[in-house]
Ligand binder design. Structure first.
Ligand code: ASP
Ligand code: MG
Length: 407
């Protein structure tokens, strides 16, 4: 018997019609003979609305209470979906993250899953009941309700798939798969029928908003094949699995862009051992995810350190940096939110030199200045002004012939 986890994102359950369409699909899957565990996000923009409400009520929003508030969004969609399933004669029962046995650490609003017990889900499956689980939430080791960070329902789905030994995890969303670039910017962007976990990790980390980064990490570590599909058209989507060693890997698979990062520069920092260690330790202690780091050559014993952080973490990062001005003998902290990162991702880069040169030449020919660069074996990222990011994506997509005209 095949067990599939089906996760439906916010747009997929945004209103009553959508919830009924999703229930129809689950009923079809059951009729085909598969066992299903369902994970749902909050309806539409419900999570954003709850956050706005909290902002209006108070400037002080303790993480514990924020999590209690935000988890209510998923409770609404799971209960409504179970009602729609009941009308279709499909036995279903809703479970909060806590009821499903999703145990997390105690870091509110960014909790990590420590363990998935899943006993009640297994019991439901054994009785031919479809468990419908609230995404994005768990219960901490100290028994408080936690959330897994924005977009965390993907992680819930993958974690359940791994814990229950599901054959695959299907992520239903409002796009039909993973594309060679954002189709809103690049009309001839191509849907990728299949990509590797490694490529998907880089795509998710560099602005490809289809899947939350942590869910892809989890899927790779636990060998859970993923399928990304549209719940609007139900057409075949993108399969994300282990790299197929028998196949030649594409040199470049996708161009991504990310405008959700800011650049923070500490100017005039003392150039001596321990400075970077201390700065990045303090940032890490605040759970701030630093991405690119550049340190310039030193002039007369001082240097500049620039790094990028998510826009949401700018205020906290600035606080950390400013509190350390004296310790670092730094002159000032400068934040710059008008930056964007443009990246090329492709498993074949490992064995094809010259991709970097072509990328830089393509941007140079457009007069686009590169402010920071970082690479991995299968990715090259350039920080540029956010105003030119879209053009950068378009010219790179063309230069590497990624469009449907070339497939
Ligand atoms: N509802 C949560 C959010 O909007 C979790 C999710 O949708 O994955 O971030
Ligand atoms: Mg989502």
């Amino acid at each position: 018997m095949t067990l599939v986890v089906q996760k439906f994102g916010g747009t997929s359950v945004a209103d009553a019609d959508r919830i009924r369409a999703v229930a129809d699909h689950i009923a079809r899957t059951r009729r085909a003979g598969d066992d299903v565990v369902v994970v749902v996000s909050a309806m539409g923009k419900a999570t954003d609305d709850l956050l706005h409400l909290a902002e209006q009520v108070s400037r002080t929003r303790p993480g514990r209470e924020l999590d209690m508030l935000l988890t209510s969004g998923e409770r609404i969609s799971m209960a409504l979906l179970c009602m729609a399933l009941a009308e279709r004669g499909v036995a279903a029962a809703s479970f909060t993250g806590s009821q499903a046995g999703i145990i997390t650490d105690t870091i509110h609003t960014k909790a990590r899953i420590l363990e998935v017990k899943g006993d009640r889900l297994r019991a439901a499956l054994a009785e031919a009941v479809v468990p419908v689980v609230a995404g994005f939430q768990g219960v901490s080791s100290t028994r408080d309700i936690t959330t897994l960070g924005r977009g965390g329902s993907d992680t819930t789905a993958v974690a359940l798939a791994a814990a229950l030994g599901a054959d695959r995890c299907e992520i239903y969303t409002d796009v039909s798969g993973v594309f060679s670039a954002d189709p809103r910017l690049v009309p001839d962007a191509r849907k990728l029928p299949r990509i590797s976990f490694e490529e998907m990790l880089e795509i998710a980390a560099t602005g490809g908003r289809v899947l939350a980064l942590r869910s892809v990490e989890f899927a790779r570590n636990h060998h859970v094949p993923l399928l990304v599909r549209s719940s609007f058209t139900w057409e075949p989507g993108t399969v994300i699995t282990e790299e197929d060693p028998s196949m030649e890997q594409p040199v470049v698979s996708a161009v991504t862009h990310d405008t959700s990062q800011a650049k923070i520069t500490l100017a005039g920092v003392a150039d001596r051992p321990g400075i970077a260690a201390s700065l990045f330790r303090h940032l890490a202690d605040r759970s701030i995810n630093v991405d690119m780091i550049v340190q310039n050559i030193s002039h007369a014993g001082t240097t500049d350190i620039s790094f990028t952080v998510p826009l949401d973490d700018v205020a906290a990062s600035r606080q950390v940096a400013e509190s350390m001005l004296e310790e670092l003998s730094a002159a000032e902290v400068v934040t710059d939110e008008d930056v964007a990162m443009v990246s090329l991702v492709g498993a074949g880069m490992k064995t094809h030199p010259g991709v970097t040169a072509t990328m830089f030449e393509t941007l140079a020919a457009e007069g686009i200045n590169i402010e920071m660069i970082s690479t991995s074996p299968i990715r090259i990222s350039c920080m540029v002004r956010s105003a030119v990011a879209e053009r950068a994506v378009q010219v790179l997509h063309r230069a590497f012939e990624l469009g449907s005209a070339h497939s």
